[in-house]
Design a binder for this molecule. Structure first.
Ligand code: PLP
Length: 387
């Protein structure tokens, strides 16, 4: 059976060149970067070279990079780290209603600990407004965290503008850039951010490794205490194979980014144009232009996202739906509700995300298989019948 992977926003396959770069660090270069002998020094050099590569990639300084176990840890470290470092200065944090759980859960935790959190709404295209942010800032605000691109609908936020507002008021600004690093150019100075989270498995690196960029001078309380790795800011023996893999992934993205953006956005635009021509009553979720080059999300009325996914899976196509199905409840996506969809429409969403190995023929296959899947499910749908 043909197999088509169109879920690159969930995770990407690790690039074989990344695996080749990592391999020696499991074998003869297995040293601990904190050891003083030759093995340790070799590991230390690889660690610092990797740090330099990542810093160059996002236009930061090497000492501003903290390696972590991934996006979730970076997000938690940023929120909790700033909150606890600045709690004497203020107790107010601003974020948005469409953040990933890696931000919204630590935000809720901080609320339980006495912090006040303002959740900014978004417009129907998923954009946070600078005017709303300005209004929400108080003299107690210590941190603003707004994601760079949304993982479900792909909308890109005007981070440079929002970051400038924070900068003017002397408030730290964090962005979760897990969906953008490796996919579009990132410059921490142009974005006006003090902290930025990234994760290697979203850009063809290994799972379980990421980084937090922390602008020099930013106060951050450590939440992983132990050894003095990462200048005492994140204890634990370095995941050297992972870090070397992250750095190799970064170099490959640097080389390939321009052509990947061009190719993937052309395929994305083909989907945006052709899906509504082939399937009646669909709507594109997210901003029409200000969006990730590799991501589309459609609401396909009268059917459940899960049924669509399972039917496509039987045909070898892997996509995603915004409605997260947990064992106890069927909650529609908080992002789709936030952009104003009703519960019923929010349940019928399909996210298609492209990447390095997506071919034009994969899109042909999806465009051939999706319309009959939708027609069949609609024929069985009581919602469609009622209409
Ligand atoms: N933030 C965003 C926007 C994401 O899409 C993800 C992963 O899905 C994460 C954070 C969490 O990253 P990780 O899987 O590396 O913990």
């Amino acid at each position: 059976m043909k197999k088509v992977y169109l879920d690159y926003a969930a995770t990407t396959p690790t690039d074989p060149e990344v695996i080749a770069a990592m391999e020696p660090y499991f074998f003869d270069k297995f040293g601990n970067a904190s050891s003083l002998h030759a093995y340790g020094q070799e590991a230390k050099k690889a660690l610092e070279d990797s740090r330099q590569s990542l810093a160059d990639f996002i236009h930061a300084k090497p000492e501003e990079i903290i390696f972590t176990s991934g996006g979730t840890e970076s997000d938690n470290a940023a929120l909790l780290g700033v909150a606890y470092a600045l709690e004497k200065k203020g107790n107010h944090i601003i974020t948005s209603v469409i953040e990933h759980h890696a931000i919204s859960e630590p935000a809720k935790f901080l609320e339980k600990k006495g912090f006040k959190v303002t959740y900014l709404g978004v417009d129907k295209e998923g954009l946070v407004s600078a005017a709303d942010l300005k209004k929400a800032i108080t003299d107690k605000t210590i941190l603003i965290s707004v994601m760079h691109a949304n993982n479900e609908i792909g909308t890109l936020q005007p981070i440079a503008q929002l970051g400038q507002l924070a900068k003017d008021k002397g408030i730290y600004f964090h962005t979760d850039a897990v969906q953008t690093v490796g996919h579009i150019p990132i410059n921490v100075d142009e974005l006006n951010v003090d902290l930025l989270s990234l994760s290697a498995h979203k850009f063809y690196g290994p799972k379980g490794v990421g980084a937090l960029y922390v602008r020099k001078g930013t106060r951050l309380e450590t939440f992983m205490r132990g050894g003095d790795q990462e200048r005492g800011r994140r204890a634990s023996t370095h995941n050297l194979p992972g870090i070397v893999g992250l750095a190799r992934a970064v170099q490959l993205c640097q080389d390939k980014m321009a052509s990947e953006i061009k190719f993937q956005s052309a395929l994305r635009d083909r989907l945006i144009k052709e899906i509504p021509l082939k399937i009646p009553e669909v709507r594109l979720n997210g901003h029409a232009q200000q969006r990730l080059p590799n991501s589309v999300n459609f609401s396909i009325k009268y059917i459940e996202g899960e049924s669509m996914l399972l039917s496509l899976d039987l045909l070898g196509i892997a996509c995603s739906t915004g409605s997260a199905c947990t064992s106890s409840s069927l909650e529609p996506s908080h992002v789709l509700l936030a952009i104003g969809l009703d519960h019923e429409t929010a349940h019928g969403s399909l996210r298609i995300t492209l990447g390095r190995w997506t071919k034009e023929s994969d899109i042909d296959y999806l465009l051939e298989k999706l319309p009959p899947v939708v027609a069949k499910l609609r024929a069985m749908s009581p919602l469609y019948e009622k209409k």
